[in-house]
Design a protein around this ligand. Sequence first.
Ligand SMILES: [Zn+2]
Length: 380
Amino acid sequence: MRIEGWRQDKISESTVMIVGVGAIGCEVAKNLALMGLGKLIIVDNDVVEVSNLSRQMLFTDEDVGRPKTVAASEKLVKMNPLIKIEQYYKDVRELDENLFRSVDVVCSCLDNWPVRRWVNSICVELDKPLVDVAMEGLYANLQVVLPRKTACLECHGENLIPKEVQLAECTLRRRKPEDLKKDLEEQRIYLRMELIEKLFSVGIKTIFDLKYSQAQVLERLDEETRVKLREVQELLKPKMPALQSVAATIGGLASTEVVKIIHGEEFGKIFKGLIVYDGYSSRFTKVRLERKKECFVCGDYVKTEGVEINVSLDDKVIDLKKKIAENFGIPDPEILYKKWKLEDEQTLREIGVRDGDIAYIETSRRFTPLPLKLIIAKSE
Ligand SMILES: [Zn+2]
């Protein structure tokens, strides 16, 4: 409280959600608890593993096998008995949106792009400040997203999100069960054809679908298939090199930004952009990011007019899906038009699409469907 401008009352009244309680998530949670935050909501769908213990400082041997959120809550309450903690041992995409509405800041400490992008989209949609942090080896980065004021994760996605993540599985829906079998065998995972056909029947057609399928999809599988699918998901989990000191560095910076956001602009200047840390050469690089008015997540007209896409009446729905995949890096679009879900083989002419019509894209990458304005070439 001796720090000039520090408002403990504001911190004590605030709620922060931390998504992902891995190395960085542990650091941020510990920092915020020690700084006297009022309430912390922590979300993670993993349990503690032995390999986590060298860099996830809230866990010890006794926690192995326990949900990370449960183990973390116990430690945090010991550090600060006054803090309120709500923990969710769940996929963040299954949480009620009102929970997001109740927080002041979201801090995303995830290890994979698909869910980071989903968190980015809900934060922009609900106008919640987001601090997104990630690391790999001796590198780490931090981006602050103040919805519709600063760039979101998608504004420069074509440059900042790895190409293989963006387009890895844009081969889309014409896949056959054999394709998935082959992709899995490349990862040394061998499944019976019968099982793969069952996965196909609920729309799990790519490794991406396998890794990130949501609970509603899993519920449609029988128990045996579901158990097998969980085993496969375990094998496909990203194994990223990570170092405790780097987690502490970037987690420390992230916590300070969270505290500044809680203060409003009254306590230091909130960092608006991207910080990249390179531990090999002890270098911090600040990257200024302009918000893109035409961004398909935070753009000015996304909600009112939709994002535009050029089409031809002779395009089939599958062609439109490919365009969407290429333009927006969405690998699994489903298109809703006047309440129908469109079939791949129909042409836009057969469906009766007119210039300027709005369709909606549903994807696991976004919290809400993306409105899409269909612009038909003039000659038609
Ligand atoms: Zn954006």
